[in-house]
Design a protein around this ligand. Structure first.
Ligand code: GDP
Ligand code: MN
Ligand code: MN
Ligand code: MN
Length: 249
């Protein structure tokens, strides 16, 4: 497996064609996995906004008062959430798309001062649009993964995770395969989309590197009809969410 950055990506602005920019700056091969930081997709899709344009409601004011947070920012998070799982001491929500993250993934790093970047509202759709455009331009069959930087429960430190996929199943099922000693694996599922996002994020970094696109070559994981929703536990199975709801009552 090879992992490398795409060089010379410019500062992305609204309306930019990310697929074309990627193809102008690198060579794509069959089965490549193109990993793209959500920040640049947000910029290209014009999903930037300013706090000045937001009027906070009562709930936002209450949550903001518990933190050192701007109530307008809290309102922006609420607008993008289907559920607040914890409002203090962390502000953890589930977005309309089913992604559980701090502050609905709204991000102010690597965006114009005074602006905030939203996650794409339908990350699978954004990933598929860019991925299929790359296939059109190059004539190659690829996969794509859209990433963001996320914290994890229980451990210090953030890592790159997948928030949208195109032509790759995000979870690999090992059920029925054998271990070294011939034992049949019963429940092991591997979050390969997050593992790939983590590998790519290692080259992206979080600062001024300017590497929002990483190519992974040499893995044969392409598979059509995939969705990030395959990774999200159903409400019924999600005991962590159930626990958090109990705590917040
Ligand atoms: P996020 O994880 O999606 O929030 O993205 P980050 O803000 O962590 O940025 C990931 C990488 O993309 C870093 O190397 C940034 O320097 C780079 N980056 C972010 N925006 C741009 C851009 O518009 N152009 C270029 N060339 N790099 C960018
Ligand atoms: Mn960022
Ligand atoms: Mn981010
Ligand atoms: Mn990041």
């Amino acid at each position: 497996m090879q992992v490398f950055t795409v060089e010379n990506i410019p500062l992305i602005k609204e309306g930019d064609d990310i697929a074309s920019i990627i193809c102008e700056n690198t060579t794509i091969e069959d089965n490549d996995i193109v990993v793209i930081a959500s920040t640049i997709v947000a910029k290209a899709e014009g999903r930037m906004f300013r706090l000045e344009d937001i009027i906070p409601g009562e709930k936002a004011l209450t949550i903001a008062s518990k933190h050192d947070l701007d109530a307008r920012f809290v309102q922006a998070v609420l607008d993008r959430s289907k559920e607040v799982l914890v409002d203090y001491p962390i502000f953890l929500v589930e977005t309309h798309n089913g992604h559980v993250c701090i502050k609905a993934g709204i991000d102010e790093s690597n965006v114009d001062t005074g602006h905030l970047a939203d996650l794409p509202s339908d990350p699978d759709e954004s990933t598929a649009r860019i991925g299929s455009a790359i296939e059109q331009i190059t004539g190659k069959n690829i996969s794509a993964i859209l990433t963001d930087t996320n914290g994890r429960a229980f451990k210090i430190g953030q890592t790159g995770i997948a928030i949208g996929v195109y032509n790759i199943h995000p979870v690999k099922n090992w059920k029925g395969q054998k271990d070294l000693f011939g034992n049949i694996l019963e429940i092991t599922e591997e979050a390969i989309a997050d593992e790939i996002a983590g590998a790519a994020n290692l080259l992206m970094g979080e600062g001024d590197g300017g590497y929002p696109v990483v190519i992974i070559r040499g893995l044969e994981l392409r598979s059509e009809e995939s969705s990030i929703q395959e990774m999200y536990r159903s409400d019924r199975e999600d005991i962590i969410k159930k626990g958090l709801r109990c705590l917040s009552k």
